[in-house]
Every structure is written in structure tokens, then in C-alpha cells.
Design a binder for this molecule. Structure first.
Ligand code: GCB
Length: 597
């Protein structure tokens, strides 16, 4: 009972980061000052910049950026003569010394900023893996947990005209109670991995908005606008000039105005990814965005885009930079990865296993690629820990906050391959209802497991399926589960009358390694998996999408086999250097065939 009460209280708590201001969701449409570039860094494995020798938090840690004032003063660190790292970017691939490092690195960047009267200023981080403590001019301004979602803190009162120093302690130690937990199959890239910027706003500004088609409708737009500041009660106009639309709404005492209107809009689709310029104009602030409108729903075992059944021809992608390696963070990275997906014939990508940087979503919007976006509730999370649940809820909320206006995102996924238990079901049901309350329009899914009910039948009956719109299912027939031929005799059954996306299948091949189709790690073996898998998948009557594992090879500490893996998961259809393996063409041929239908 007590546990239930705690869970309930936590579920009602608005945000895990008490000091944090609401996310300024659209940073593209406002005035920003870029803080990317070289930051000074101090590697601090013992966290002695944070704790004193009695392991108590210290009052004059590295965040003070102190300098000796006399020749006798003892100060044992100095940002300005320490090394530097590029931001955005992970630390692991910028210097060999930090390749396997998991711990704390301090970042410092100095800047000048002449604040104009009647403005507010925020510091915005696209992502910091995993735990970030942020200080400005020696004062703590906030903490953020979670490696893949954005956050911002207001610095209006602290910022000065010149000589500001922003210090961030970034700690990527894995923890049993964290999200993700200790065990994953990807590299734990640490650091300020995404863009950092200052955002300048008027005193009362458009903090956030949600402008999308109402579920089930292709004309009716609903949502809300939210102002922050002291002039909360204002008229706000939504303008879509190209559609000849303009309508005013009035925000209430909390600064919120529900939005509700009908408009004749050309719908967004992979064939025609139409985006409109949308203006959100209050008296005190104006923001612009590029928004697409489309409907997404399910009917029986079908997925309907704009009312028409579709098949999701997809592929999974990790957020790793092609060729350069390390975390992807730029528009060019997104263009390369999504360009390869297009080349494959994909109209859909599963962005595994955490929210990717915003460029990916913005580019997908522009290119007409549907997106499955997920949070790192992966494998064996602490299902009974209310703090873990709150952390997962917060990451889910931040993912939805950033991308809720992107037409490309059609599916939010709450988990990947999580083992059945009552506690896990309660945890994931909580996430499902949280996602629905934040975004009633999109489809919800999770990558689940299945099990054999006899030698030739796989059953999908995970109790979580009842709460999802789309069933996601990972299977490795031909790799972890028998040889490729095994797929020929397999049948899939489902307890639910719902669409299935085969969210993972595949196997490893080292590019350029050739042999016969039964020799592990060869391109021929991987090719054979895809041939047998595709034949099997074609026979599943309720299959409405596939996202095989995975577009490109990616780094993983779990994959040490010398000369083959060398700490890479080799299930990519493309090598880390951009070379296409044989299986790529097998999948491409099938996707072309599907495209003709
Ligand atoms: C899975 C996981 C994925 C792994 C993959 C593999 O089921 O969801 O994160 O990387 O298998 O290669 O084993």
C-alpha cells in the first residue's frame, strides 16, 4: 500500500528536475546563440572537483573555475591550461585516452553576453550523457538526468556582460537504478554530445505548443499554446499563410490556450512530405515552425496513414556517425543515415534505443520518413524502483515534448525486450498512460519478445500487448535461434487483433568476409538470414512493418571477438565505413517489390 502511495505521488509529480524550467521545445524558430566549439575539459575519475577528501560535496569545486590570486595560493586545477574537446561530440572518440572511460569530465566554456532589457536568457543542452550538473559563474543552475533528451535552465539573473563561465560536470557512469541500466548492447558515449546554445526570449514568451491533427481526423487541428512569464493572459494567433489560415485564441491565467480549428491542409506523407510554415504569435513573442499534418491510426491489424493502409518498410538505426564514428550530432550525419535508409527503399526508421538528436527527426520530417522513437527502457530496468520509474517517465516526457509537432514521428515506443513480470507490466502500463496523456494522437508500441508454443510456432502474447496500438517483436531466427533455414518452417501467431512490426531480426557479417551461406560472420550467412526471413515474414497475415537490425555496424563493449567484431556489433547492412553488404541488396529488392504493390 505504502509503495502504491509513493508511486502515485511520484506519478503526480510534474518533473524530476525541480530547478528545471519547462523545455523550450522549438529552439529553431527563435533567437539563439551557439555555444558549440572547443570547451576546456578536466577528466576527474575520482570526482575530486566535486567532493572533498571526506567525500562531502565541496563548496569550492571545479565549478568555481578558480585561479590563484597570489603566487602562494594553492589551486590544483586549471581549466584554461587543461585539454579541450569539441562540443557537440562524445569524449570517447575524440581522444584515445577516453575511449573506454566511464566517469566524470568537467567542461568549461567562457562567453560574453550583453543582455538587452526585457529579455530572458536560457542555456539549452540538446543532450548530455548521462548526468549533468550545470553551473554558471560558480553558481549551480541545475541538474539533468538522462543522456538523450534536451533540457534548459534560465540564467537571466546570473548572466553578465562579459566573462561568464559555464561549467558542466558530465558523468556517464552506468548505474543499476538508471535508465538505461548497467547492461546494454551499445557504446556508453559520454559528454556534451549535442548542441549547446543560449536562447533569448522576451519576458513573456511562447514556451511551448502542440499543433497537430486530432486523432482520426484529416481536417481538424487540436492542441494548445503555453506562455511563460508575467503577462500570461494574452491573445495568441496561429497563422498558416500558405493555407490562408489565421485564428486567435486567448490564453488563461496559467498562460494556456487550447487550440481547435479546421483547415484545408495538404497532408504529409512519405510520397509528399508537405510541411507548412506556422506562426505562433502572441503580443509579446512570435515563434515560427515548419509543421506537417497527417493522421495515423490503426484499424484491426492495419496501420492507416491519412486513412489508407500502409506497410512500414523500415530499418533500425543507432545514433552513430557514419564514417567518422562516435555519436552522430549534425544535420549532415542525419542526411547520410537517412539517405542510406531511403536508398534501401525505406519509408520508416526505428531510432533505437533512445531518442536521437533533433536533426534526425527534422530531416525525417523533410524527407518523408516515418519514425519510431523510443526511450532506453531496455532489458533489465529496476521495475520496482519508483525513482527509476520517475526517471523513465521524465525521459519519455522530454522526448515527446521535443518532437510532438513532427509529423514524421508516428510511433512512441516505451521499452525494448523487457522480461515478463508483474512489476514490469505495472511500470510499462504507467509509461503507456503517461505517453497517452501527453500525446493522445500517436501510436504506442514496444519491442517485445515472443515464445515457442511448439517447434514451429512462435506466439506473441506478452500481456503488455493489450495496452499497445502496434505490437513490436524482436526475433533472431537464424542467428541466436537456429540456422537461417529454421525460418522456413515457422509460423507466427498473435493473441491480439493488432498490427505487428517485426522490430528486429538479422545477424552479423564482417564486410568483405566471404564464405558459404553456413559460415558465421560472412556476408553470405547474413544474406541467407535475410532471404529466409523475408520468405517467412511474407507469410505473417498481420505483419504491417519491419525494421531489421540494423542499418550500420555500431560499437558495443559486449562484442570483443578479435578480427571479426573488435568491439563492433556487425549486424549492419552497411559497414561503419559505408560499404553495403550483400544482405542490403536482398532487403532492398523486397522493399522495391513492396513499393510497387
Ligand atoms: C537485441 C537488442 C539490440 C541488440 C541486438 C543484438 O535484441 O534489442 O539492442 O543489439 O539484439 O545484436 O543482439
Amino acid at each position: 500500500m505504502a509503495k502504491l502511495l509513493i508511486l502515485l505521488l511520484l506519478a503526480l509529480a510534474p518533473c524530476v528536475n525541480a530547478q528545471q524550467t519547462d523545455l523550450i521545445a522549438n529552439t529553431e524558430g527563435r533567437k539563439t546563440i551557439n555555444l558549440n566549439g572547443q570547451w576546456q575539459i578536466i577528466v576527474d575519475p575520482y570526482e575530486s572537483g566535486f567532493y572533498n577528501y571526506r567525500y562531502q560535496p565541496s563548496n569550492d569545486g571545479y565549478f568555481k573555475n578558480a585561479k590563484p590570486k597570489t603566487k602562494s595560493e594553492l589551486i590544483e586545477y586549471d581549466f584554461d591550461s587543461s585539454g579541450s574537446l569539441n562540443v557537440p561530440g562524445d569524449w570517447n572518440t575524440q581522444t584515445d585516452q577516453l575511449f573506454f572511460y566511464e566517469g566524470t569530465v568537467w567542461y568549461k566554456r567562457s562567453f560574453d553576453y550583453a543582455r538587452k532589457p526585457n529579455t530572458r536568457v536560457f542555456v539549452y543542452f540538446g543532450g548530455a550523457n548521462y548526468l549533468a550538473d550545470v553551473y554558471l559563474n560558480g553558481e549551480k543552475i541545475g541538474r539533468h538526468e538522462g543522456g538523450f533528451t534536451p533540457f534548459n535552465f534560465e540564467i537571466t539573473k546570473l548572466v553578465r556582460d562579459s566573462g561568464n563561465f559555464l561549467v558542466v560536470k558530465v558523468d556517464n557512469k552506468r548505474r543499476r537504478d538508471a535508465v538505461p541500466t548497467l547492461m546494454t548492447d551499445w557504446w556508453n558515449y559520454g559528454g556534451l554530445t549535442r548542441d549547446v546554445k543560449l536562447i533569448e526570449t522576451p519576458t513573456t514568451f511562447v514556451n511551448d505548443y502542440f499543433i497537430q491533427l486530432q486523432k482520426g481526423s484529416r481536417k481538424h487541428v487540436t492542441g494548445w499554446v503555453k506562455l511563460a512569464g508575467d503577462k500570461l493572459n494574452q491573445p495568441v494567433t496561429i497563422r498558416i499563410p500558405e493555407a490562408g489560415f489565421s485564428r486567435s485564441f486567448t490564453t488563461d491565467a496559467r498562460g494556456i490556450a487550447p487550440i481547435d480549428f479546421s483547415a484545408d491542409l495538404k497532408l504529409w506523407s512519405p510520397e509528399d512530405p508537405k510541411l507548412y510554415d506556422v506562426g505562433i504569435e502572441a503580443e509579446t513573442d512570435q515563434v515560427r515552425d515548419r509543421i506537417g499534418f497527417r493522421s495515423i491510426e490503426t484499424r484491426g491489424t492495419d496501420i492507416l496513414l491519412n486513412g489508407r493502409p500502409i506497410f512500414l518498410r523500415g530499418v533500425c538505426i543507432h545514433e552513430e556517425a557514419p564514417i567518422r564514428g562516435g555519436r552522430a550530432y549534425s544535420r549532415e550525419d542525419a542526411q547520410t543515415l537517412l539517405g542510406w535508409a531511403k536508398d534501401l527503399g525505406a519509408n520508416f526508421v526505428r531510432l533505437a534505443h533512445y531518442p536521437h538528436n533533433e536533426w534526425m527527426i527534422r530531416e525525417a520530417d523533410r524527407l518523408g520518413i516515418m519514425v519510431w522513437s523510443e526511450i532506453p527502457v531496455y532489458w533489465t530496468i529496476e521495475w520496482e524502483n519508483p525513482v527509476t520509474l520517475e526517471n523513465a517517465r521524465n525521459q519519455l516526457g522530454e522526448m515527446i515534448a521535443r518532437d510532438k509537432n513532427r509529423a514524421a514521428v508516428v510511433i512512441w515506443s516505451v521499452a525494448n525486450e523487457t522480461p515478463l513480470s508483474d512489476a514490469r507490466l505495472a511500470f510499462l502500463k504507467n509509461l503507456v498512460s503517461h505517453a497517452r496523456s501527453l500525446d493522445p494522437g500517436r501510436l504506442l508500441s514496444a519491442a517485445m519478445e515472443r515464445h515457442y508454443i511448439n517447434d514451429t510456432t512462435q506466439m506473441i502474447d506478452d500481456p503488455l500487448g493489450e495496452y499497445l496500438d502496434v505490437l513490436g517483436c524482436n526475433e533472431y531466427v537464424g542467428w541466436y535461434d537456429g540456422l537461417p533455414e529454421k525460418a522456413d518452417h515457422l509460423e507466427f501467431k498473435s493473441k491480439y487483433q493488432k498490427p505487428l512490426v517485426m522490430s528486429e531480426f538479422g545477424g552479423d557479417a564482417l564486410y568483405g568476409n566471404h564464405g558459404d551461406a553456413l559460415t558465421r560472420w560472412t556476408e553470405e550467412y547474413q544474406e541467407s538470414i535475410y532471404q529466409h526471413q523475408i520468405a517467412m515474414l511474407k507469410k505473417i497475415p498481420f505483419l504491417r512493418g519491419t525494421s531489421p537490425w540494423i542499418l550500420t555496424d555500431f560499437r558495443s563493449p559486449r562484442r570483443p571477438l578479435p578480427k571479426i567484431q573488435d568491439y563492433w556489433n556487425r549486424k549492419g547492412l552497411i559497414s561503419s565505413r559505408g560499404e553495403k553488404k550483400k544482405a542490403f541488396y536482398v532487403l532492398q529488392a523486397w522493399y522495391r517489390e513492396l513499393q510497387q504493390q
